[in-house]
Design a protein around this ligand. Structure first.
Ligand code: NAD
Length: 487
């Protein structure tokens, strides 16, 4: 009753707390966006479950901390091996639950999930050097101490990828973890807990609580027993979490939304620019980093819009399990309607639909057509608000200074794409762009050692490489007087 067979896996629908499974009185449905099938009835936790998970993680903390990076790393490597051995079923399960492409889960996302664990285990074992320097004969010894329980709250658009990008460094740093996956996509987190157990992770080191954000999520972030909050999601939720975290002064790391500019200069390689623009529709536009504001030099704007619209018309939309499909459905009905609302309001406000513009009637369900909007009024909603669907809006510019000014004119600062024919010109352009990550003549190249995060309302803090350990560890300076020293 508490288990379902999906994608060749037995998926437990209960919480995972202190190494054991617990049900809740209530459940919620996990529904596939592909065709509306109810996949599972999942435990709907609340304050009691959050409290139990935090205490399990606190009790497990001293043992995990004292294992040290090498022994923790051995367990994390076994976990990464198990993920690699289960790439196919994990990919199928994630596709059923969130509707993203099976082939990208199989070839890109799930291998990356394993890498998220392996990379940070190695980094903790090999790269966290302890600097030592002297002050008047005294040694300053800097250590990275595990900080306690990390609460990790994740969204639905890349569930296990975004969860493990936080879980990997938290566990490698010696913290214990309570994960609250998005209620839209709860399933792979549960399988991940089984794999962690198989890898030999001691009970309580990794815990999963399932349920709604306003219930179990809110109770978790308000808990005085947690040491860190790592949240990926929307700006309004981040504000609520920060208010709640303020009571305990719990440090937060936020990865939030974006409305990233995609700048194309008049000397750009147009074939490359069009290819990269089409990539912004990936995952049916449900990518925080997408460059959804096409900001194109006025000399090439008409030709560019025509070519992007022509290519958008060739995009194969459909069942994400089919190898030929390029974009799948939106995650749920309310989200689809939200995306449609943005497009309708843009049109009502005078913008033109160069391509797409609404749900895909041939497919029905939750499929929204890749859409290109032109002629929107400067500063209007479609040019400033995050749509989080397959909707690109195009603007033009006359000078590079204007491009930078317009690019920076939103409350977000997550990423930017610059397609430009000249390196020095690109360097001038990128200098004053406000964004955590800028890609020049490329997109989505993400090295786990590089800092990642957003400026302005796109986030607080950076993770990746040593920046992750800065967040999950307590950096401590211990000063040793030389032998025989007297003040
Ligand atoms: P959301 O904020 O609605 O939900 C995210 C998570 O927060 C879910 O697990 C939800 O249950 C939980 N939650 C909701 N209310 C809560 C509360 N009061 N207390 C604690 N937890 C709560 O976001 P979403 O719709 O799931 O995700 C889409 C958003 O995420 C977009 O804005 C997108 O840009 C952003 N995102 C950012 C990144 C990044 O790395 N910057 C990556 C992916 C998605």
């Amino acid at each position: 009753m508490h288990q379902v067979e999906l994608a060749g896996l037995t998926v437990d629908t209960r919480h995972y707390i202190g190494g054991q499974r617990f049900a809740s009185e209530q459940t919620f449905e996990s529904i596939s966006p592909i065709d509306g099938t109810v996949l599972a009835h999942v435990a709907r936790g609340g304050a009691g479950e959050a409290d139990a998970a935090v205490w399990a993680a606190r009790n497990a903390f001293p043992g995990w901390r004292d294992l040290g990076p090498q022994s923790r790393g051995a367990i994390l490597h076994r976990l990464a091996d198990l993920i690699e051995a289960n790439i196919e079923p994990l990919a199928q399960l994630e596709t059923l639950d969130n509707g993203s492409l099976l082939r990208s889960h199989r070839r890109g996302v799930m291998p990356r999930v394993a890498m998220n664990i392996r990379f940070f285990a190695d980094w903790a074992m090999q790269r966290l050097e302890h600097p030592v320097w002297q002050t008047r004969g005294h040694d300053n010894v800097v250590t990275w101490d595990p900080s306690g329980v990390a609460a990790i709250i994740t969204p639905w658009n890349a569930p296990l990828m975004l969860a493990t990008w936080r879980i990997g460094p938290a566990l490698a740093a010696g913290d214990t973890v309570v994960l609250k996956p998005a209620e839209w996509t709860p399933l792979t987190a549960s399988v991940f807990a089984d794999l962690a157990e198989q890898a030999g992770m001691p009970p309580g080191v990794f815990n999963v609580v399932q349920g709604y954000g306003a219930e179990v999520g809110a109770a978790l972030v308000a808990h005085p027993g947690i040491a860190r909050i790592a949240f990926t999601g929307s700006v309004p939720t981040a504000k609520a979490i920060m208010r709640s975290a303020a009571d305990n002064l719990t440090p937060v790391s936020f990865e939030l939304g974006g409305k990233s500019p995609f700048i194309v200069t008049d000397d750009a390689d147009l074939d490359l620019a069009v290819d990269l623009a089409i990539e912004q529709y990936d995952n049916a536009g449900q990518v925080c980093l997408s460059g959804t504001r096409l900001l194109v030099h006025e000399k090439i704007a008409d030709a560019f819009a025509e070519r992007v619209a022509a290519r958008a018309a060739q995009i194969v939309q459909g069942d994400p399990r089919d190898e030929a499909t390029q974009i799948g459905p939106q995650i749920h009905r309310v989200h689809l309607e939200r995306v449609a609302g943005f497009v309708e309001r843009a049109q009502a406000d005078g913008a033109q639909i160069a391509f797409g513009g609404g749900p895909n009637d041939d497919l029905g369900g939750l499929y929204f057509r890749p859409t290109l909007i032109t002629g929107a009024k400067p500063g209007s909603e479609i040019l400033t608000a995050e749509v989080f669907g397959p909707v690109l809006a195009m603007q033009t510019f006359a000078t590079d200074e204007e491009a930078v000014e317009v690019a920076n004119a939103t409350e977000y600062g997550l990423a930017a794409v610059v397609v430009c024919g000249d390196r020095e010109r690109a360097e001038r352009l990128t200098k004053n762009l406000v964004a955590g990550t800028i890609w020049v003549n490329c997109f989505f190249v993400r090295d786990l050692a590089a800092p990642f995060g957003g400026s302005k309302k796109s986030g607080i803090g950076r993770e990746g490489g040593v920046w992750s350990f800065d967040f999950y560890a307590d950096v401590k300076n211990t000063v040793y007087a030389p032998a025989g020293w007297k003040e």
